[in-house]
Design a protein around this ligand. Sequence first.
Ligand code: AMP
Length: 395
Amino acid sequence: MKTINDFNFKDKKALIRVDFNVPLNSDFQVTDNTRIEAAKSTIIKVLEDEGSCVLMSHLGRPNGVEDKYSLRHIVDEVTKVIGCNVNFVDDCVGAKVADAVNNLQNGEILLLENLRFHPEEKKGDVAFAKELAQWGDIYVNDAFGSAHRAHASTAVIAQFFKDKKCFGNLLAKEIESIDKVLNNPKKPLTAVLGGAKVSSKIGVLENIIEKVDHIIIGGGMTFTFIKALGGSIGDSLVENDKLDLALHILQQAKEKNTTIHLPVDTLIADSFSNDAKTQIVPVNEIPDGWMGLDCGPKTSENFADVIANSNTILWNGPLGVFEMENFATGTINLGNAIAEATKNGAFSLVGGGDSVAAVKQFGFADKVSYVSTGGGAMLEMLEGKTLPGIEAINN
Ligand code: AMP
């Protein structure tokens, strides 16, 4: 795996694909700068080598040029996080950019305008990628959040750099973390899969079922399994067309000697609301008119035992409707168990969508080994897919 540490950037322009797709509020201020922070060490490495950085990114899903998606809104935040002046040019190709790049001195940063203002970016247009490729001597991909897309700046562009292409520190760390879990885990290895639906996690389940020792299942997907096993789930979330699939997964796990842990009790509510009436019942005895929105205390205890005995832990998806305070306990209990196991030497990786939000919201981000920055990209890696952005550097 070639990383920026294999290069000396002195007098070189690094063309870095970053993922600055950050959330903005109505005043166009950055409300979460995690992704900018995550790119910092790559940028600093180039500057310390006495090279310069041309940064390119997308922001949101613009339809042509739309000012609300302009990367100019984030210039101040990037300046603050990186700690040095950031120049901005209001396009990513063309004469203006050529001028700005030519004027760029060692130790300086230039941020290009939103790549997706040009539809060629998402189409993976080769000519557009070639235009972009002019702006750097060495191509660095540090955009994990976009690595599952075969776009011009994330994958297609790499062909113009032959051996002058590499991963930035962030992308390298993401690859290493997932490798530690999927390919070189210290056993026992436990995967926690929560979230809403079985259907969105089926690819992950199928890929990991042979590799892991334990699978903890929680969240809304619980009830498809419980119903398939003959339990009463009341009005809980269920995918009726996935009942056979759930049984198939349980059977497969048996054959592979993988233990699946399902909730035994659940916190049910009489409506999908934080103020709903609640009670705790066995997970397979939910009355009609009630729905399971969190796991119960006995389940939390069981899951904590499994986690305490694991040396590697992967967590994807919350165990309940954590966005509502009254249904966040199961997710918080799991976070505490993983934090404790990590303190005792386990390696823990949190990745893929809402579990990252939960981990941040409840203050576990510093207490786990690694929090992935890529939702969709992480899911696809867990599904065992080769990501175009990674393959393009490795080829
Ligand atoms: P995912 O994006 O698949 O990880 O799903 C995350 C979503 O699943 C969150 O918004 C949770 O509120 C939701 N969720 C978790 N547990 C349940 C549940 N028991 N019933 C309904 N939704 C749930």
